[in-house]
Design a protein around this ligand. Structure first.
Ligand code: FE
Ligand code: FE
Length: 175
C-alpha cells in the first residue's frame, strides 16, 4: 500500500464519550434535518409538475411534520430536552436539491430531478433512522425505539413511492 499518513482525528472537548452521547447527538441532528425538510418540501412541491409527484410530496410533508413531533416524544422518553443541531449532510442534500431545480426546465425533466433529490434525502433518513433505532435498542430505550421504527417505515414507503413515480411516469417522459 502507498504511504498512508495516520490521521486519527482529535476529539473536541464536548465529544461523545459513549453510545448514549452519540445517540443523543444523532437525535439532535435528525431533529434539525426533519425541521429543515418541513421548510424545504413546499418549494419542491411547487416546482413539481406531475400531479402524482405533487401529491406524494404533500403527503410526505404531513408525515414529516409528524416526524418532528415524534422526535420530540423520543427526546422526552429519554429525559433529554429536544434540541436541533445543524445537520451538515441534510443541509448539503437540500442545497443540491435547490441546484437541481435551477438547472432544469419546468416539467418532466425538473420532476425527474426533484425525484432524484428527494430519494437522496429519503435514503439519508433511512440510513439515519436505521442506525439510531439500532442504538436505541442496544441502549434499552424501548419507547424511543418504537417511535423511531414507526418513522423509519414511513421513510421507506416514501422512497418506494418515489421509485414507482419515477418508473411509471417520469423517466420515459424525461428522455
Ligand atoms: Fe422524515
Ligand atoms: Fe422523509
Amino acid at each position: 500500500m502507498a504511504t498512508t499518513k495516520e490521521t486519527k482525528v482529535k476529539p473536541k472537548a464536548a465529544a461523545a464519550k459513549n453510545l448514549q452521547d452519540l445517540f443523543e447527538d444523532a437525535l439532535k441532528d435528525i431533529y434539525w434535518a426533519e425541521k429543515a425538510l418541513v421548510k424545504a418540501l413546499p418549494k419542491m412541491e411547487k416546482n413539481a409538475t406531475s400531479k402524482l409527484l405533487k401529491n406524494a410530496i404533500t403527503g410526505h410533508l404531513a408525515e414529516t411534520k409528524e416526524h418532528v413531533v415524534r422526535l420530540e416524544e423520543a427526546f422526552k422518553s429519554i429525559g433529554v430536552k429536544a434540541e436541533a443541531v445543524k445537520c451538515d449532510a441534510m443541509a448539503g442534500l437540500l442545497e443540491e436539491g435547490e441546484g437541481i431545480m435551477e438547472e432544469t426546465e419546468v416539467g418532466a425533466v425538473r420532476d425527474a430531478g426533484i425525484i432524484a433529490a428527494s430519494q437522496k434525502v429519503e435514503h439519508y433518513e433511512i440510513a439515519t433512522y436505521g442506525t439510531i433505532a439500532a442504538f436505541a435498542k442496544v441502549l434499552g430505550h424501548q419507547e424511543a425505539l418504537k417511535i423511531l421504527l414507526k418513522t423509519l417505515k414511513e421513510e421507506k414507503a416514501c422512497d418506494e413511492k418515489l421509485t414507482d413515480i419515477a418508473d411509471t411516469n417520469l423517466n420515459s417522459k424525461a428522455e
